[in-house]
Design a protein around this ligand. Structure first.
Ligand code: URA
Length: 436
């Protein structure tokens, strides 16, 4: 095979064949193609959408560019992936709830990307927690506790690491084919039997409208199924933060209240149960949708999920008593104060991306690769769409390192909220199901 020929095919607006894409996907990792050729390849695919068979071939080659895990466990190996949002901490209750239902969940997660939060950043607000573990340790923790939320080791899909870095600097991130191959090459390297995707749609998502979210969900489901993994997707609302908090430790706190049933966040509970129920179906669990969702709910209510979460946190270096004593462990920001709307009314719309960016500016996310995070900062008690705000009911509480940072974040928050006399009704949380 010759890179030049494949690139010329793309230049003419034609899709290369599956064998050619499989070759190129592998060559990205071995170094048989130069940075210039990888950049041209990424640009070519942005301009020439791939048919499904070709996308599957590229994804499998990128998956196989590194280690692919194989498991021998007494239950299905399953995982969830979210395309990213604000206040999305579903992985925290979902992974242990699935484990408590008999699934094994090697959840290879990421850090914050742009304005969206990352599961690993959230979990690293827990003292001692380490997301970097060897493959053998990951195997051991999954076998012992049923779940482990960790980062991707260097040997997981190295082709994606190189391709992603080149896409980042060549304006070629926004391609459904490349996003699909990137996400799935890493997820499928975990050796999954089943995968559920939470494709976010709205002002806080990468996909702002239903057409884009539907196209991404269809591409992800078709490609993962073509690669031999039972996969479904829910398209879910991201026109508002999922929960009332945005920021690493603040989201962990809210997730802990739901996981322990101390104060349940309804959207977090509903999404956990919906994604978990759909994933149990993909795992081949008998019964109807209501029964499967009830199993996830029972795992949360009985304390079995919380107990599993505590064992996972301890196995990954965190405190052994985290579930009972999380308030003692999570960091708190020195400045915490209410932010009020400029005039009373009801919330009609939220620019959710602006809220995510305000968290990043507070120090809760990265502006440059390698930036250290302040896990304590962000917002809590965020008003939802349709809720009343006035002199007594704030838009949110801001948590910041300094008064000046709190002032800037408060101004950004006010700009993110549209408050009118009548407000609006919140969108349905689950907007569409694909193969789920
Ligand atoms: N997340 C990924 O892992 N890859 C992409 O291309 C986009 C989001």
């Amino acid at each position: 095979m010759e890179a030049r020929h494949i690139l010329a095919t793309l230049r003419k607006g034609e899709a290369p064949g599956p064998e050619e894409l499989a070759w190129f996907g592998g060559a990205i990792a071995t170094g048989a193609v130069s940075d210039a050729q990888v950049g041209a390849f990424a640009m070519g695919i942005c301009r020439t959408p791939l048919p499904e068979e070709a996308r599957v071939a590229l994804t499998l080659a990128m998956r196989d560019s590194g280690e692919v895990m194989r498991w021998e466990l007494p239950g299905p190996v399953a995982d969830k992936h979210s395309t990213g949002g604000v206040g999305d901490c579903v992985s925290l209750p979902l992974a242990p709830a699935l484990a408590a239902c008999g699934a094994y969940v090697p959840m290879i997660s990421g850090r914050g990307l742009g304005h969206t939060g990352g599961t690993l950043d959230k979990l690293e607000s827990i003292p001692g927690y380490t997301a970097e573990v060897s493959r053998d340790r990951l195997r051991g923790i999954v076998a012992e506790t049923g779940c482990a939320i960790v980062g991707a080791s260097a040997d997981i899909a190295p082709a994606d690491k190189r391709l992603y870095a080149i896409r980042d600097v060549t304006g070629t991130v926004e391609s459904i084919d490349l996003i699909t191959a990137s996400i799935l090459s890493k997820k499928l390297a975990a050796g999954l039997d089943a995968l559920i995707l939470d494709v976010k749609c709205g002002s806080g998502a990468f996909m702002k409208d239903r057409a884009g979210a539907g196209a991404l969900a269809g591409s992800l489901v078709g490609t993962a199924e073509g690669a031999g993994c039972r996969t479904g997707a829910l398209i879910t609302d991201m026109d508002a933060p999922l929960i009332g908090s945005a920021g690493n430790a603040l989201e962990v706190a809210e997730a802990m209240k739901t996981l322990t049933c101390e104060a349940i966040s309804e959207p977090l509970w509903d999404l956990t149960v919906a994604l978990g129920g759909a994933l149990l179906a993909l795992c081949g669990l008998a019964g109807d949708a209501a029964a499967r969702e009830a199993r996830i709910g029972a795992a949360l209510r009985s304390g079995a999920a919380a107990e599993t979460f505590e064992r996972m946190i301890a196995a990954l270096g965190g405190p052994a008593d985290f579930v009972g004593a999380w308030r003692r462990y999570l960091p708190a920001a020195p400045v915490a104060r209410a932010v009020f709307a400029e005039h009373p009314g009801k919330v009609a719309a939220i620019d959710t991306e602006t809220i995510g960016r305000a968290v990043v500016s507070l120090g809760g996310g990265r502006l440059r690769e390698g930036d250290a995070l302040d896990h304590s900062v962000g917002f809590s008690m965020l008003a939802g769409i349709g809720e009343t705000v006035d002199r007594n009911m704030p838009l949110a509480e801001v948590h910041a390192a300094t008064e000046a940072a709190a002032d800037r974040a408060a101004a950004a928050l006010r700009a993110a909220y549209l408050v009118t006399e009548n407000g609006a009704d919140p969108a349905p949380l689950i907007q569409q199901r694909i193969n789920a």
